[in-house]
Write a protein that binds this ligand. Structure first.
Ligand code: PLP
Length: 395
């Protein structure tokens, strides 16, 4: 194989591109995780994470994939055989449900259309029909990375309140945290789950849970047998900035840097940038004459766009060709969307030329793969970016 010049375009909705600043931070020599200095860094990181989650309460960091944080959320707060209501509108929601089943929980899926966000009205109806209060938790995915649909977290909270139901509210913010507005406290979430490799711009390997006082109380009173994922042990050691076992020291160096980068840009600007890039991407898709999986205006995720290919085209063949000829990795269609959709990740450390390069590669790849489409997607994206440019991208 001849050398591939230029930079590989990792246009997945996670892992996202890891900026050089973070790679350099991770590349520092490993230090003693029980030594002086380490504790101060951890405390700074936990404070920074609280800001990103929008909480005044606790955030716990595990050396794990986000799936580990899914498990931590469930084992700390629920008993085996507890019933939970899963708002099942996509591949990642279903996957969280499988984790819950694996832990012996009774999972009731509230099936929903994959092209739409979960419907708060059916949540309220289902909870109102649970007079014995058997449902112990409601599980929702904020940005469903398989479909590119954004759920109305505050709306589902209102539905739970309208039914006057005590279930814990758990939200997966894996592909939204650090890129889309998220408010753990203000939206009344009990446990928010996230990971390092998406909006936070890090490599995979860290899982996060933000925990409300109610969830912390449930964990203190019960939960499943647990050790590695135990919030109590974590809280105890975190007080001074340490961990109950060897943490992922170098990833924490990277996280410290990532949080500093988010502070330097300012969260509002980070959110606005992701919104603009997502809108530019959708305009490109529309100009190509293609459709997004998300069928509701205003319910798109700002971090990923899931694009349907026309009947008779194979999204997997297109993706393979784009990777082989153009060196761009696009996300695959997941679950029932396999072969029918591909996903453009536009999250993390991204600027206009980078996004436009990615969209140009998609447009060219569609042509190479013979996927029927119209020209002009990149131009539509340029038009939007130009019309909304505020000069904030100056070096
Ligand atoms: C990526 C992702 C996950 C899974 O993360 P892992 O680190 O692979 O465990 C879960 N939920 C959503 C919404 C995701 O995008």
């Amino acid at each position: 194989m001849p050398r591939r010049p230029g930079r590989h375009f990792l246009q997945l909705p996670g892992p996202s591109n890891v900026p050089d600043r973070i790679l350099q931070a991770i590349g520092r020599p490993t230090i003693d995780h029980r030594g002086p200095g380490f504790g101060r860094m951890t405390r700074r990181i936990l404070d920074g994470l609280e800001e990103v989650f929008g909480t005044d309460h606790e955030v716990f960091v595990f050396p794990s994939s986000a799936s580990g944080a899914w498990e931590a959320a469930l084992t700390n707060t629920l008993e085996t055989d507890d019933r939970i209501l899963l708002l099942a509108n996509g591949f990642f929601a279903e996957k969280w449900g499988r984790v819950a089943r694996g832990l012996g929980l009774e999972v009731e899926g509230l099936e929903g259309d994959w092209s739409l966000p979960p419907d708060p009205v059916s949540v309220e109806e289902r909870l109102a029909a649970d007079p014995e209060r058997q449902i112990r938790a409601v599980l929702l995915v904020h940005s469903e990375t398989s479909t590119g649909v954004r759920a109305d977290v505050a709306g589902v909270r209102r539905a739970i309140d309208a039914a006057d139901h005590p279930a814990l509210f758990m939200v997966d913010a894996v592909s939204s945290l650090g890129a889309m507005e998220y408010r753990h406290d203000a939206w009344g979430v009990d446990v928010t789950v996230s990971g390092s490799q998406k909006g936070l711009m890090l490599p995979p390997g860290l899982g996060f849970t933000a925990v409300s006082p109610r969830a912390a109380d449930a964990a203190a009173r019960g939960g499943q047998p647990r050790s590695y994922w135990d919030w109590g042990a974590m809280r105890e050691r975190n007080r001074d900035g340490f961990f109950p076992y060897t943490p992922a020291t170098n990833l924490l160096f990277g996280l410290d840097e990532a949080l500093e980068m988010l502070r330097e840009e300012g969260m509002e600007r980070v959110f606005r940038r992701h919104q603009r890039f997502a809108e530019a991407t959708r305009r490109a898709v529309r100009a190509w004459g293609l459709e997004t999986v998300c069928a509701r205006e205003g319910a798109h995720s700002s971090t990923v766009t899931s694009v349907l290919v026309p009947e008779g085209s194979d999204a997997e063949a297109f993706r393979a060709l784009a990777l082989d000829r153009l060196g761009i990795s696009l996300g695959k269609g997941l679950g029932r969307l396999e072969g029918r959709a591909f996903r453009i990740g536009h999250l993390g450390d991204l600027n206009e030329p980078w996004l436009l390069g990615a969209l140009a590669a998609v447009e060219m790849g569609l042509g190479l793969a013979g996927v029927p489409h119209d020209a002009g997607g990149v131009q539509a994206a340029i038009d939007h970016l130009r019309d909304t440019s505020d000069g904030g991208g100056d070096p």
